[in-house]
Design a protein around this ligand. Structure first.
Ligand SMILES: *[C@@H]1O[C@H](CO)[C@@H](O)[C@H](O)[C@H]1NC(C)=O
Ligand SMILES: *[C@@H]1O[C@H](CO)[C@@H](O)[C@H](O)[C@H]1NC(C)=O
Ligand SMILES: *[C@@H]1O[C@H](CO)[C@@H](O)[C@H](O)[C@H]1NC(C)=O
Ligand SMILES: *[C@@H]1O[C@H](CO)[C@@H](O)[C@H](O)[C@H]1NC(C)=O
Ligand SMILES: *[C@@H]1O[C@H](CO)[C@@H](O)[C@H](O)[C@H]1NC(C)=O
Ligand SMILES: *[C@@H]1O[C@H](CO)[C@@H](O)[C@H](O)[C@H]1NC(C)=O
Ligand SMILES: *[C@@H]1O[C@H](CO)[C@@H](O)[C@H](O)[C@H]1NC(C)=O
Ligand SMILES: *[C@@H]1O[C@H](CO)[C@@H](O)[C@H](O)[C@H]1NC(C)=O
Ligand SMILES: *[C@@H]1O[C@H](CO)[C@@H](O)[C@H](O)[C@H]1NC(C)=O
Ligand SMILES: *[C@@H]1O[C@H](CO)[C@@H](O)[C@H](O)[C@H]1NC(C)=O
Ligand SMILES: *[C@@H]1O[C@H](CO)[C@@H](O)[C@H](O)[C@H]1NC(C)=O
Length: 492
């Protein structure tokens, strides 16, 4: 890209100079040839310009023109950006975003990132902006942590999550904003997390790693048609936001040895839609959260009204779609439908612990498919990871009103493992229309402890004794007398 830009620049000069020289030089045959050559070249160049950036020079694949989605659109190169993978473009991004911040009243502005590798340190977004990544545009996060600003801990975590005190900010960050769009022709934001993961494992970092994209205290956010990869830490973290849509996004990180690279972590967010995404990462593909222990309880902001549908996800280390374990502000009204989890350790999981407080309720899973996963459905109530010793062990979370309808699968070792406890029983769980193939024809593959609820119709594998049984017409067939029986076997 760099070379092409220079070629264009130099050529433009030649063309201008030439105009002055025409009268004297046209006499020479040689110069005439030169003239024709340059004229032909110029017309090709102008034609390309008129085709709105339709083609790059010399046999490159056509580049899709970038649509104008705001009244004003800028090109990152207008602000000195150089997409050579080496030049640091932080100032170009900042200047462009500063220009866009002046346009809010006029419908905002769009920043086009052309094909190229645009290395940058973290920068902040502004309201009413669209960041548009061309096909083959890659925003690269700088690897040296010196460039990453430190920020205060999230109030609902009270803690940097990995280290006490401040944490690194995210590569692309936003706070107190409205109307943000990050989209493109499947361009990429690449966090180059490899160095971070390595330093984390070697305990060389003094602060919690930064997410790839983090948007806090904001509303009306749309993230579509892009790829996010190799985040240092959580990939996409909307925090205390409202009205967030994430659609047709690919999120990638190595499935092993990419610690904490969760895909999407809706955290104290409401009115959220996540659809048509492919996520394969080194931790949970999705983890819905709402703060950690006493800090999350004090902050008191739930995650609610979240729809997750038409997703294909993979997680070898954790789970496809999780709720928790940080859920102290509460999580309610979450629907997960048309989900395929493949080649994973766990498919869907709710995790919590004494000390969290809060609740997880009104959770609906519909049409979920597990293909080759170790454990399908997991509810775990002893996920004892705490920010500090200040948590209140009597702050017990409530888990209730959770339903599973149309669950299919093959190659699942343990289809269900619901381990409530005497302190944290799991209430009102419904199963209907489940048939999950198994690799181990052992007993106890539907494992339960301290769970109460009902099974409607016949399901496979046969449920544990903890559930009431209803027929397809909804009539009670057999009431359970053993809701507290423990039948959990981690050996399988
Ligand atoms: C942005 O600028 C670069 C270099 O000048 C150019 O190649 C590209 O076509 C421009 N893109 C748009 C969308 O204007
Ligand atoms: C982004 O804004 C936040 C809040 O003002 C600030 O703390 C942070 O340092 C800014 N990040 C960058 C990279 O400027
Ligand atoms: C998803 O994004 C890709 C790449 O940007 C695009 O080609 C495709 O049409 C999009 N699909 C939908 C359903 O928007
Ligand atoms: C977008 O790019 C990613 C990474 O290169 C690729 O895996 C994905 O299939 C692409 N998505 C579409 C819709 O083309
Ligand atoms: C972490 O702190 C130690 C001791 O203060 C210091 O030597 C080291 O450079 C720091 N590392 C980073 C990555 O900041
Ligand atoms: C939600 O945000 C979208 C933009 O992403 C906007 O078009 C829509 O009007 C917002 N909805 C509400 C209810 O504010
Ligand atoms: C995603 O890309 C497809 C294909 O280019 C386009 O039709 C669609 O409008 C885009 N989605 C959004 C929300 O921009
Ligand atoms: C539950 O969430 C959905 C979005 O997934 C929303 O449409 C619905 O209104 C919410 N229900 C309640 C009772 O708030
Ligand atoms: C169920 O989900 C799968 C994707 O996992 C999808 O292909 C299928 O159409 C869905 N079925 C219904 C009835 O929506
Ligand atoms: C149990 O949960 C279902 C939703 O899964 C809900 O419709 C029903 O009202 C709940 N029952 C009780 C007794 O709360
Ligand atoms: C089951 O445990 C719950 C507390 O988790 C308790 O309230 C209930 O009485 C127990 N039921 C039986 C039959 O022991």
């Amino acid at each position: 890209m760099m070379v092409e830009t220079i070629t264009l620049g130099r050529f433009q000069h030649q063309r201008l100079d030439f105009k002055r020289w025409i009268p004297t030089f046209l006499t020479s045959y040689k110069t005439l040839l030169t003239f024709l050559w340059i004229a032909a070249f110029a017309s090709v160049f102008l034609w390309q310009r008129n085709a709105v950036g339709g083609f790059l020079f010399f046999g490159r694949l056509p580049v899709k023109p970038m649509p104008r989605l705001r009244p004003v659109a800028f090109n990152l190169t207008d602000f000195g950006g150089v997409g050579d993978g080496v030049t640091v473009n932080t100032e170009a991004f900042e200047r462009a975003i500063h220009a866009i911040s002046k346009l809010g009243k006029r419908g905002g502005g769009q920043l086009n990132v052309p094909p190229g590798r645009w290395l940058t340190a973290p920068f902040n977004l502004t309201s009413h902006m669209t960041l548009f990544l061309a096909e083959d545009a890659v925003i690269l996060g700088i690897q040296d942590e010196k460039y990453w600003p430190l920020m205060p801990p999230l109030p609902s975590y009270g803690y940097g999550r990995e280290h006490i005190g401040p944490r690194y900010g995210s590569l692309i960050h936003g706070q107190n904003l409205k109307d943000i769009v990050i989209t493109g022709h499947n361009g990429t934001i690449n966090g180059q997390g490899q160095t971070w993961w390595k330093k984390y494992r070697q305990k060389l970092l003094n602060h919690t790693r930064g997410p790839l994209v983090q948007i806090m205290w904001s509303s009306d956010i749309l993230i579509t048609n892009i790829t996010l990869r190799d985040s240092p830490f959580w990939t996409l973290h909307p925090y205390d936001c409202k009205n967030v849509t994430i659609k047709n996004v690919t999120i990638l990180a190595p499935v092993f040895e990419a610690p904490n690279t969760d895909g999407i972590d809706p955290d104290s967010c409401e009115d959220m839609l996540i659809e048509d995404c492919y996520i394969s990462v080194g931790d949970d593909a999705i983890a819905i959260k709402s703060g950690w222990d006493q800090y999350g309880i004090a902050y008191g902001k739930p995650s609610k009204n979240i729809m997750i549908r038409n997703l294909v996800v993979r997680s070898m280390v954790s789970a496809g779609v999780s709720i928790g374990s940080e859920m102290s502000g509460g999580v309610s009204n979450v629907t997960v439908e048309n989900l395929l989890v493949w080649s994973s350790r766990r498919a869907v999981r709710i995790k919590t612990a004494p000390g969290r407080g809060g609740y997880v309720r009104h959770i609906t899973y519909r049409n979920v498919t597990f293909d080759n996963v170790r454990v399908g459905i997991v509810i775990k109530t002893d996920y004892n990871e705490h920010p500090d010793g200040g948590f209140d062990p009597t702050a017990l979370p409530i888990l209730e009103d959770i339903s599973f309808t149309t669950v299919h699968g093959q190659g699942v070792r343990v289809p269900v493992r619901i381990s409530g406890s005497e302190e944290i029983p799991v209430r009102n769980v419904t199963f209907r229309d489940m048939s999950v193939g198994i690799t181990y024809k052992k007993k106890h593959i539907f494992q339960c402890a301290f769970v109460e609820g009902r099974v409607i119709g016949t399901i496979f594998p046969a449920p544990c004794e903890n559930f009431d049984r209803y027929n397809e017409q909804g009539q009670l067939v057999k009431r359970s007398a053993s809701q507290n029986v423990t039948d959990i076997d981690y050996e399988i």
